[in-house]
Design a protein around this ligand. Structure first.
Ligand SMILES: [Zn+2]
Length: 399
């Protein structure tokens, strides 16, 4: 498609790399993405700040740091996306479809995806393990800063070091985010949501988060980061000293044509009681279905979720699930009629629907299973633990 002439176009160029540092000593490889949603530049700004600081000062980085601008055309226009949400394309099926397309027919985010995928492949070959993939986001509503992870124990352990709330299991509700892809490949992968899109605090929180990440992953010793304690305190107080785990219990899905508007004044992590008037959708009132905690209410036009609901994961459930997973308890499940491995790699369980009725979703969550795909008679449940490259992280300071 021909674009109309734009006299400013020649200055509209930004590069894929925000920065890259290869330390002299061995260490982790940290790969940071900013702006996979083009209207969320806080992560990019924080990364620019980090790499500038590293350039001007003598830091002895161990390992490798790479900062990447993820959606270049959308960042230029300050939009979440131009043709398709780049953070919903990373499923095997969609990626295969995009690759099979003649290049002239590919949409802009599809080209971004192919470029990023190639880049990630090159990084995995060029640099040394252990690898960490961190993706920066902001939200359209006011929010505490928080971490999102796919629920593998390595992700839990690494993210527990931060004084922040951690949201588990959002991948069960979202199709094809970049981090689910990196998780499937077995790497530690965290999303950091630093605050509201335009808030200055979103940049500040991202900067604090970056320095903490460098220290927690072992790229810098704590004593080399002069303001480590104040960064830690800053995040802790921005997060209202909340470092609980939460699970997503509900996603309010929107279809393209839906006319959705959230009532003003809602914020992420706000308690809502059953029946609370929350939004208007296609002229109908949307009420809260249960007493719950509101999460990521939508205050922008683009987006496929009106809001989510979450609940706190009790500490005992976290402990039990760690034990269950370490003991590989799920092997016993396969002795039951109607449950079998779906492949020889034992990463997913095939569960007959008539059997599944007797188990709750939470039960499978405890064992590390997520992401159900249902056909007529069966459910496939993927185990994040089996894919996780635990050995890669065994000698890290946090493991
Ligand atoms: Zn985002």
């Amino acid at each position: 498609m021909l674009e109309s002439f734009d006299p400013l176009r020649r200055v509209q160029h930004i590069s894929r790399f925000i920065g890259q540092v290869v330390g002299e000593e061995k260490g982790p490889s940290l790969i940071f993405f900013g702006g996979i949603h083009g209207n969320e530049p806080a992560g990019v700004k924080a990364l620019e700040h980090l790499f500038n600081t590293l350039e001007k000062n003598v830091f002895k980085i161990r390992g490798t740091l790479v900062g990447i601008r993820a959606n270049l055309p959308a960042l230029l226009q300050g939009k979440r996306f131009l043709d398709q949400d780049l953070n919903r394309l990373w499923t095997e099926e969609k990626m295969a479809e995009i690759k099979a397309k003649p290049s002239a027919e590919r949409e802009r985010e599809e080209m971004e995806l192919l470029e990023l995928e190639q880049l990630i492949g090159e990084i995995l070959i060029a640099y040394e393990p252990p690898f960490y993939f961190i993706d920066f986001h902001t939200t359209s509503s006011k929010t505490l800063p928080f971490i999102t992870i796919n629920d593998a124990l390595i992700n839990r352990k690494f993210s527990q070091q931060f004084p922040l709330p951690i949201i588990l299991g959002i991948e069960e509700f979202l199709e094809g985010p970049l981090l689910s892809r990196m998780n499937k490949l077995g790497y530690v992968s965290l999303g950091f949501e630093s605050g509201q899109h335009v808030a200055e605090s979103a940049v500040k929180n991202s900067i604090a988060f970056l320095w903490l990440t460098l220290v927690f992953a072992g790229a810098l010793p704590k004593q080399d980061v002069l303001h480590f304690d104040s960064y830690y305190e800053e995040l802790r107080s921005s997060a209202n000293e909340d470092s609980n785990f939460y699970e997503v219990t509900y996603r309010h899905e929107l279809r393209k044509r839906d006319d959705f508007s959230m009532l003003n004044g809602y914020t992420s992590f706000q308690k809502v009681t059953k029946g609370t008037f929350m939004a208007i959708q296609n002229r109908k009132k949307i009420l809260a279905k249960e007493n719950s905690i509101l999460f990521m209410p939508l205050y922008q036009k683009q987006g496929a979720e009106g809001f989510f609901l979450i609940k706190k994961t009790p500490k005992w459930a976290l402990k039990i699930s760690t034990l269950f997973r370490k003991s590989k308890f799920d092997r016993l499940l396969c002795l039951l009629p109607g449950i079998s491995w779906s492949s020889t790699t034992k990463e997913s369980l095939l569960v007959n629907l008539s059997v599944a009725r007797y188990f709750t979703k939470s039960f499978f969550h405890l064992l590390g299973y997520r992401n159900r795909q249902v056909d007529k008679t069966q459910i496939i449940m993927h185990n994040r633990e089996r894919a996780a490259k635990n050995e890669m992280y065994r000698n890290t300071p946090w493991y």
